[in-house]
Design a protein around this ligand. Structure first.
Ligand code: G1P
Length: 294
């Protein structure tokens, strides 16, 4: 049986330049979709998949993330005084248990592969999940839970994938598809940000991974790849020579919140799914007179 995945890594050191000036003093992972910060969605998805230890790879100016995952006694006291018990309960539920979150810093922005390598001491010699909070995935069960089912069956390394318009493949890591159903198929190749004519498919790596710890020694070579960055995809490609990689084409919808349009669309879709505001919000959108089926 495959070793249980208890730890999840969240790389949150990026500068968020695409959202300036909003991200000048605030981490991009704290941008809200409706009323929850992006990072909270990723943590919720991980917890729902059975993760117990939450490892954040942060950078300068990211202290707020650590505060977000801590108690806030003044706020709790005020909510209690005002009888806002639901809000209070929800705040408490959002927190990892005491002692089950860890923070380390990526001291230089050298790429995703480097960020993951920075988590090596905290992860240890264990399989781990990796979630990129920019990629918000609306799915039930969550994308990582769907991947856990494939992991229990096949072990090894698991990558969530989805199809994109071929014109977009050069913005992502792309995998080649081998035998097997959508819920668990062999990955035959992978390449980071290929030109469209060199891409093995239009299946992108969607920002969710389950990886074996052998990835760390490959990442420690610090080889640079696409864009001059230390790319996780390059080390995974090398690891494919000795370990299995399984693709999971999950049921769900991804919002690439690293882009403004993806982020705004996420807000729209999540808001329309919220019973407390959906009706009022729909009315406002209709009043705009847009040609929309809402
Ligand atoms: C990273 C990964 C890429 C993946 C993407 C998903 O790229 O390197 O393989 O497809 O995340 O968002 P980045 O967006 O950091 O350039």
């Amino acid at each position: 049986m495959a070793d249980r995945v208890r730890t999840a890594v969240f790389p949150v050191a990026g500068l968020g330049t695409r959202f300036l000036p909003a991200t000048k003093a605030m981490p991009k992972e704290m941008l809200p979709v409706v009323d929850r910060p992006l990072i909270q969605y990723a943590v919720d998805e991980a917890r729902d998949a059975g993760i117990e230890h939450f490892v954040f790879v942060t950078g300068r100016n990211k202290g707020v993330i650590e505060d977000h995952f801590d108690r806030q006694f003044e706020l709790e006291y005020t909510l209690e005084q005002r009888g806002k018990t639901d809000e209070l309960a929800e705040l408490r539920e959002d927190l990892p248990q005491p002692g089950r979150s860890s923070f380390t810093r990526q001291q230089e922005p050298l790429g995703l592969g480097h960020a993951v390598w920075c988590a090596r001491e905290l992860v240890g010699n264990n399989p781990f999940a990796l979630l990129l909070p920019d990629m918000l995935i609306k799915a039930a069960p969550g994308a990582l839970s769907q991947m856990m089912s494939a992991y229990e069956e096949r072990g090894g390394n698991i990558i969530a994938v989805e199809e994109v318009d071929p014109k977009d493949v050069s913005s992502y890591g792309i995998v080649g598809r081998g035998e097997g159903p959508n819920s668990a198929f062999d990955i035959t190749s992978m390449v980071e940000k290929p030109k469209v004519e060199e891409a093995p498919s239009n299946l992108i790596i969607s920002g969710r991974y389950i990886l074996q710890p052998e990835i760390f020694s490959l990442l420690s070579k610090h080889n640079k790849g696409a864009g001059g960055e230390i790319q996780l995809t390059d080390s995974m490609q090398t690891l494919m020579e000795s370990q299995n990689f399984t693709g999971v084409k999950f049921d769900g919808r991804t919002f690439d919140c690293g882009s403004k349009v993806g982020f705004l669309t996420a807000n729209l879709v999540y808001a329309l799914d919220r019973p407390d505001i959906a009706d009022d919000f729909t009315k406002e959108i209709r009043a705009l007179g847009l040609n929309t089926p809402i």
